[in-house]
Design a protein around this ligand. Structure first.
Ligand code: GRF
Length: 224
């Protein structure tokens, strides 16, 4: 309580929860080829993601093809080389950059490094990741090859919120495809990638609508 019965002069704006319907300013994190990033950029250009813009593209690898694409597209971009850096220090630089660009939704698009707990907390329930399997099956690296060698008959991809565990948070979108007799691990990975490009746009659109809530692990439409 403040003295004299006055209303406490707290910094209300800082404590207000983020407006779920606010325009989405994406921060894309990538490490490599960047085809998911390009699919998102193309969806925005084509008008499939209203109220969404790419605020900044960050790579932890200087030579990443996705970074070169961001440069070509004239999008704000930044490199924070992570090799040899302490995770927390590296992530702190990325957090500062994302905040400076007004990012309110982080999209991991082939970002090949675990995030620190501090990063996950800084963007709580505002980080999406795409994974090339139907989670919780085959988390981690080489998911498509693992699924193929396991002999699954249905494969696919998952877009999920990021929590502190690997490939683990609440699922926003999954897309499934049959594994064909004619498939090998490469053709399967290629067909999964085509689904990924659609799944990420679908997931961002759902999150950008603001019409959702996360109940336990479940991403559900609000007021259902
Ligand atoms: C994709 O398969 C994605 O699911 C995984 O990493 C790969 C990135 O590919 N997380 P790209 O860089 O988006 O082309």
């Amino acid at each position: 309580m403040s003295a004299g019965g006055e209303k406490p002069k707290t910094f209300r704006q800082e404590t207000k929860p983020p407006d779920p319907k606010a325009r989405k300013r994406l921060g894309i994190l990538l490490s490599g080829r960047g085809s998911n990033f390009l699919a998102i950029a193309e969806s925005i250009r084509a008008g499939r993601l209203e109220g969404v813009e790419i605020a900044v593209v960050i790579s932890n690898v200087a030579e990443a093809a996705g970074l070169a694409k961001a440069r070509e597209l004239g999008l704000p971009h930044q490199v924070f080389v992570s090799k040899g850096r302490k995770r927390q220090e590296h992530d702190a630089e990325m957090i500062a950059c994302l905040r400076a660009h007004g990012v309110n939704l982080v999209c991991l698009a082939g970002y090949m490094r675990m995030l620190s707990a501090e990063f996950v907390a800084a963007f709580h329930n505002r980080i999406l990741n795409i994974h090339p399997s139907l989670l919780p099956a085959f988390p981690g690296l080489e998911a498509q090859e693992m699924a193929f060698n396991y002999g699954v008959k249905v494969a696919g991809c998952t877009v999920h919120f990021v929590d502190e565990d690997l490939d683990h948070g609440a699922i926003v979108v999954q897309r499934a495809i049959p594994v064909l007799e004619s498939d090998d691990e490469h053709s399967l990975a290629g067909r999964i990638l085509a689904e990924e490009h659609m799944a990420y746009t679908e997931a961002i659109a759902r999150v950008a609508s603001g019409e959702y809530e996360i109940r336990g692990r479940r991403f559900v439409k609000r007021n259902l």
